[in-house]
Ligand binder design. Structure first.
Ligand code: NDP
Length: 246
């Protein structure tokens, strides 16, 4: 596999799309660092993925706190010597219509989804620049491109990730570091499970491929972007959405 022997750190990797990404990259032959806010869940996920020649490490912390991020990367470098692939996947929602959207829910969502990716990108870029190789993949969302009622905070954070992706791609390309975003559409996870049925039906009606996406659909795109076959791709936003947005 083209990523074999690399070390990948996946934030929010204990469950959902993050776990599927970690699992796909493990299948590609990467060493895996599962980073998540819940220590027990991170350890459990890392244990499940270990074996068959794949080494894993669990690190817990909040991506929006710089001290936690420094600690997570130090642990990864301590065990594996480098972080070659970073997947900024940790994300949360705190939905509400604009006029009722609480300031603290704005700050929290921007902090985890956007500032978290910035802090991790900065920590990873330091390591990758020395090694003259790196892959950074940001998990954005189609709503970062098209907007969504009730998600001003979330869609702003996901649009911000696209700006972060393109600026980082421009700064880091000369060091052989690519930075791309994947924008999932309607993917079946715990995050979307709690949506009202009417919203799920509205999403389904926008799909050309008439099924919700799976975490594995997203993970396969990440695996491609992380590997050598994608070496000439940077600054892209790839929709993984069954044709929801085009
Ligand atoms: P989940 O809620 O299932 O998983 C997110 C993971 O991130 C959880 O393990 C969560 O921990 C962790 N996490 C939350 N906050 C932090 C934090 N501050 N620091 C570190 N880890 C944290 O989400 P999904 O798997 O559905 O989504 C993954 C990504 O994909 C997100 O960025 C999301 O916005 C994006 N996405 C998802 C779509 C979908 O349809 N599901 C569509 C488009 C984009 P905990 O369990 O404690 O909350």
């Amino acid at each position: 596999m083209s990523s074999a022997g690399r070390t990948a750190l996946v934030t929010g990797g204990a469950r959902g799309i993050g776990y599927a990404i970690a699992s796909e990259l493990a299948a590609d032959g990467c060493s895996i660092v599962i980073s998540d806010i819940m220590a027990d869940a991170a350890s459990e996920a890392a244990e499940k993925l270990a074996g068959g020649g794949i080494e894993t490490l669990a690190t817990s912390g909040d991506v929006s706190k710089s001290a936690d991020v420094e600690r997570m990367f130090a642990a990864a470098v301590g065990k594996f010597g480098a972080v070659d692939i970073l997947v900024n996947n940790a994300g949360i929602t705190r939905d509400g219509l604009l006029l009722r959207l609480d300031e603290k829910d704005w700050d929290l969502v921007l902090s985890v989804n956007l500032k978290g990716a910035f802090l991790c990108t900065k920590a990873a870029a330091r390591i990758m620049m020395k090694n003259r190789w790196g892959r950074i993949i940001n998990i954005s969302s189609v709503v970062g491109v098209m907007g969504n009622p009730g998600q001003a905070n979330y869609s702003a954070s996901k649009a911000g990730l696209i700006g972060l992706t393109k600026s980082s791609a421009k700064e880091l390309g000369s060091r052989n570091i690519t930075v791309n975003a994947v924008a999932p559409g309607y993917i079946q996870t715990e995050m979307t499970e709690k949506l009202p049925e009417a919203v799920k039906e509205a999403y389904m009606s926008m799909l050309q491929i008439k099924r919700p996406g799976t975490p594995q659909d997203v993970a396969r795109v990440v695996s491609f972007l992380a590997g050598d076959k994608a070496e000439y791709l940077t600054g892209l936003v790839i929709n993984c959405d069954g044709g929801m947005l085009m």
